[in-house]
Design a protein around this ligand. Sequence first.
Ligand code: GTP
Length: 484
Amino acid sequence: MPRTPSGPLAHASSPTAPASTAAFLGLGLCLFAACIVGILSRPTGFLASFWPANALMLGLLLRLPQLAHWKAWAVALTAFVLADCLTGSELPTALWLSVANLCGVACGWWFLHRLHPALLGLRRQTSTLYLFAGCALAAAGSTLVGADTGAQLFRNSWSQTALMWFSTELMNFVLIVPLILSAPGRGQAFWPRIASARAALLLLLPLLSVIAAEYAAITLGGPGALAFTVPALLWCALSYRLFTTTLLSMLVCTWKVASVSMGVFDFTPLHLEAAVSLRLGLTLLSLGPLAVACSQVARNELMRRLDHAVNHDFLTSTLARGAFLSQGQRLLERLHRQAVPSAVLMLDIDHFKRVNDLHGHPAGDALLCALAQTVSQVLRPQDLLGRMGGEEFAVLLPGVPAATAQQVATRICAAVRDQRLALPGGAVLQATVSIGLVLTDGSPQTLEGLLHAADAALYQAKAAGRDRWQLNLARADLAVNPLA
Ligand SMILES: Nc1nc2c(ncn2[C@@H]2O[C@H](COP(=O)(O)OP(=O)(O)OP(=O)(O)O)[C@@H](O)[C@H]2O)c(=O)[nH]1
């Protein structure tokens, strides 16, 4: 690991603006605290059995790319050396160990930071494999640079020190980096919304099964008991968020390593190679639930995209005809049960054929998108907007009295009239829209019937000169203070 920022740090000067000085200082403080935790876990005469600082730094650099700057490496080196020196290490030793640690972080960062964001964000089925490769590279990088110092310091053979160093580092990276990568961001909820006590109990079951499996493992004992929690963790991976699964995996794995060394299990590794093997085995076992959790995330994302593709118009992203009809009908039935009034609008762009003929089909498509955007800006989140075909859109306004529905129709006409669409060739499009409006008083109606009535009113609006709305006269008794 070079002392000055070069190699991987050249990539750190990424297009994203570097973080503030306060952020680098915060990073330094976090790393210093993590080093102290690691040093406290260091048995006399040997390497630390838990060293979270390297994995913490790698995770933060990957999660917050604006931290990937030479300042971060300088701050980290200072924090690592300071923590070692303040706890009794000599400066040359502290420097060598710190450089070895940062060399491992640099190797992992070099490999992982160039992955596709979805792959790195654990949203692909193969994410676990790539993450494991990056963690193994990071562990190997720091082992190669640091094992010699460890061997000299603690008077163990190079191979024994390297094995211990590698297994500890791999465990730290594999358990901590996914935790940081999957941590909920700003505005994202930590816990799922729980609708009822029964739902809460169902949600607790996978967690309870982890505790039960751990109890069975301690009771039965033996080396095989170390894998008893795997099915329960797989259940957690299928039931919980990715972050919860990574957190549980980390806790279970850390507990197992600690419980073996505390003698909770009747299985005790007799020599260093057995201890290394145990640590590597536990680390690799935790990859199973992580892989399942990543597959769940990938599957859910795919389902969301599929659902969007099926239910939304590919051009304007408004509801597709079928989705508008089914969602609208369900909404109408609910409104009917509550005896709440509502309104249906049928919109049609005026002389749209001319736009296609004069400016071409792509300009027509752009106008359709712009219109959908303009109309949705006038609507409330609970209103439904769907494209019924061609240049025809429909709107369902739930829970609005007649006067409000007429105001909305007026606002849509004005917003479309005021909208200007600049075309790539320099021309500017201005469009108008005609609207047919039908009101319901909450009595039973089918959406198809209301759309038919709105369509009839739309024809009248077109015939009356366009750029206006027309109330369906069959239901005009419901209107108050018509504004047309
Ligand atoms: N660009 C584009 N054009 C479409 C799309 N779907 C339908 N159209 C065109 O929309 C035009 C509709 O024309 P008409 O039904 O004659 O209506 P209009 O010209 O708007 O006239 P009025 O409705 O009477 O004001 C046709 O030229 C269709 O080809 C689409 O997805 N993209």
